[in-house]
Write a new protein. Structure first.
Length: 469
């Protein structure tokens, strides 16, 4: 009996230690949202779109067109097209990174490398000025690829650091951390931009400082998750076939060379999990609408509604504050009603909000703030719960591989929305024609997600089904 008691005590102690280690790793994981969300907020959502558009207009000829690589592009469309190019490049890079991470188990160094490449390119935006629109486009492509690929690697840690019943809450806290970070930095940006004369800098210089500081913030706070997160040994996933795991020699060029074969293998494997694939299709559609709103809202506000930069900063700050609260609130709703139902509710709210945005009067900040409030309440929660819901649909041992496909849906295939946005403006000369199409992304995504039997999808992936999903 004594021996049994000792073993029981050791088991309890081991369980407590394991839980404590998992909680510590979760707390470190949150900090990458804190680090990189400033890029998404200050750079993509607020400053870079209007500023790069102004730089492109300064370089444009009398007809209003610039000619990158000899291609005639309306200056007002250059930013949207560049975002699309950056996401297409991400599509090429992510399968390589995902395959390398799963085959070697060295996910953390890859996360760090991508994070610091993106942070360095963002910091380099300080030198964007005059008519250097090509420099701005190149830096945007590099920074966005670093952001997208590092986000994929970061997301793939979630099923490894949280139990199935913890994931909605852990994912929502991560998003809340990110939106709180974005709000904090936007306050500082608002002070600098609004009082740039008092600081002895021009308006353009203030914008470039805000852009560069986002890169410095991203790099500095990435140190915390890189210290707290830990790599797991690479292991063959169920159904991955016979043969030994990858050796040390496969951790370099060999793994990279197999990146696209790995992607094809992932897609073939997903055919054995058609319900997971069905969720990804739904997510691809509605998230394309979300990402287009994030990257193009400031251009719509400044160019179509005639709002100044200070108003845009305040609107995005409102989005950040409400998105942090909304992520936590929707996490609570998911515990009560399930993640799938909560996401469906958020998509209905997205549809109403975006449709209302099409009819906003010009030079009316109050109505733009109302739109920002509606977006903020659903933005964080819909993204956080989508991430946690997908984590239940991933076969064990294929986290980075499947999250690579998820990130292709998250941002890598979201080039379609900005592309449509840019083409609509190029053809019509009106941003309202571009914004009006976004409601369709949410309606179609709602219908497709409503058709996914989530419990069966989780069981088919070989994962335990949470009490509420």
């Amino acid at each position: 009996m004594t021996g049994v008691g000792v073993h029981s005590a050791e088991a309890v102690t081991g369980g407590v230690d394991e839980t404590a280690a998992r909680r510590r790793e979760q707390r470190g994981w949150y900090w990458y949202d804190w680090a990189n969300s400033v890029y998404s907020t200050s750079v993509l959502t607020v400053f870079l779109g209007p500023y790069l558009t102004s730089v492109a207009r300064a370089a444009a000829g009398p007809d209003g067109f610039v000619h990158p690589l000899g291609i005639p592009v309306r200056a007002g469309s250059f930013y949207a097209y560049t975002v699309s190019v950056s996401l297409l490049v991400s599509v090429l890079v992510m399968p390589l990174a995902g395959a390398l991470a799963d085959r070697t188990g060295r996910k953390k160094p890859l996360l760090g490398g991508c994070a610091y490449i993106g942070a360095a390119a963002t910091t380099g935006m300080f030198f964007l000025g005059g008519d250097r629109y090509l420099l701005g486009g190149a830096l945007l492509v590099v920074a966005n690829v670093g952001f997208v690929v590092s986000s994929m690697l970061y997301n793939s840690f979630l099923p490894q650091i949280a139990t199935p019943d913890e994931r909605d809450a852990v994912s929502s806290r991560g998003w809340a951390f990110g939106y709180a970070s974005g709000a904090l930095v936007l306050v500082a940006d608002l002070v600098l931009y609004g009082a740039h004369d008092s600081f002895g800098v021009s308006e353009g210089t203030a914008v470039r400082i805000c852009l560069a500081s986002a890169g410095l913030w991203w790099g500095a706070f990435s140190l915390i998750p890189l210290r707290r997160l830990r790599d797991r040994r690479a292991a063959a996933a169920p159904g991955s076939g016979p043969g030994p795991g990858p050796g040390l020699t496969e951790r370099s060029g060999g793994s990279l060379g197999q990146g696209w074969r790995q992607l094809r293998g992932t897609l073939r494997d997903m055919r054995r999990h058609p319900l997971t694939l069905s969720f990804l299709l739904a997510y691809l559609i509605y998230n394309d609408g979300v990402q287009t709103v994030i990257t193009q809202a400031s251009v719509f506000g400044s160019e179509e509604l005639g709002l100044d930069q200070t108003t845009l900063i305040m609107a995005v700050l409102l989005v950040q504050v409400l998105a942090a609260a909304g992520a936590l609130l929707m996490g609570r709703l998911a515990r009560r009603y399930g993640a799938r139902r909560t996401i469906l509710g958020s998509l209905a709210a997205w549809t109403v909000t975006v449709t209302a945005g099409c009819f906003l009067p010009a030079r009316a900040p109050v109505w733009f703030f109302a739109l920002a409030a509606g977006i903020g309440l659903v933005l964080g929660g819909s993204q956080a719960l989508s991430r946690s819901l997908f984590s239940h649909l991933v076969p064990r041992g294929k986290e980075a591989e499947y999250f690579s496909a998820y990130e292709l849906s998250d941002r890598g295939v979201s080039w379609l929305g900005p592309l449509v946005f840019g083409v609509a403006y190029q053809l019509s000369g009106s941003y309202r024609a571009a914004i009006v199409s976004l409601a369709a992304f949410f309606v179609i995504g709602f219908v497709l997600l409503a058709r996914v039997p989530v419990r069966r999808a989780i069981a088919a992936a070989g994962n335990p089904i949470p009490d509420r999903i």
